[in-house]
Design a protein around this ligand. Structure first.
Ligand SMILES: [Zn+2]
Length: 210
């Protein structure tokens, strides 16, 4: 991460646009790909592959753009004093991330809850925090903990719960080829360590309102 340039506060909360993001980095990443294609037995000069290095570099840049964003700043940009102390649950948040061991995607759903302690946060900010941590090279376990810690430390609620369910292409497409297995991870703080509160959260995320 050391070659990532510092960003101002505005840039650190703004979602990126794929095509105009850090041209210098895209050029550098792209420069390695003709050799990689050749090592795979391909001809990097054939028509279909000519622009592939640049396309791969842009895709990789987009899929890891979370390094440039500050999730705590996103939460702080929409925190409000509010006297509400019931559980707030945001469920079925789409997750797209990349496993750091194989640089292959894993994807699925995240469910996040917190119990406010005098402060709430704009609801759209919770999925943004999930996305910022997901758009980095990850393992699902750390992703779960980072989301929990960020909300706990920034919002200081009386409890945070995070459950993530994902399919990993590194399992489905290679190796053991367990094509339909889903990995579930969870992390809890504060009141959610209590059985009754945690059960209520788990019941809420498994119920279907539609
Ligand atoms: Zn993997």
């Amino acid at each position: 991460m050391s070659d990532h340039s510092p960003l101002n506060e505005f840039e650190s909360v703004r979602p990126p646009e794929e095509d105009r993001y850090h041209p210098d980095r895209i050029e550098k990443i792209a420069s390695f790909y003709p050799e990689i294609l050749q090592a795979l037995g391909e001809n990097p000069q054939r028509d279909g592959l000519l622009k592939t290095p640049e396309r791969v570099a842009k895709a990789l840049q987009f899929l890891t753009h979370g390094y440039d964003l500050d999730p705590a700043a996103v939460l702080k940009s929409a925190m409000f004093e509010e006297d509400y102390s019931q559980m707030v649950v945001v469920k079925d948040i789409e997750v797209f991330s990349m496993c750091e061991h194989h640089m292959l995607p894993f994807f699925g759903k995240a469910h996040v809850a917190y119990i406010p302690n005098g402060r709430i946060v704009g609801l759209s900010k919770i999925p943004r925090v999930v996305d910022i941590f997901a758009r980095r090279l990850q393992v699902q376990e750390r992703l779960t903990n980072e989301i929990k810690d960020c909300i706990q430390e920034t919002l200081e609620p009386t409890g945070v719960a995070v459950v993530i369910e994902c399919k990993h292409l590194c399992m489905a497409m290679r190796g053991v080829q367990k094509q339909n297995s889903v990995t579930t991870t969870s992390a809890f703080t504060g009141n959610f360590v209590n059985d009754r509160t945690r059960s209520e959260f788990l019941r809420l995320i498994s119920s279907n309102l539609s």
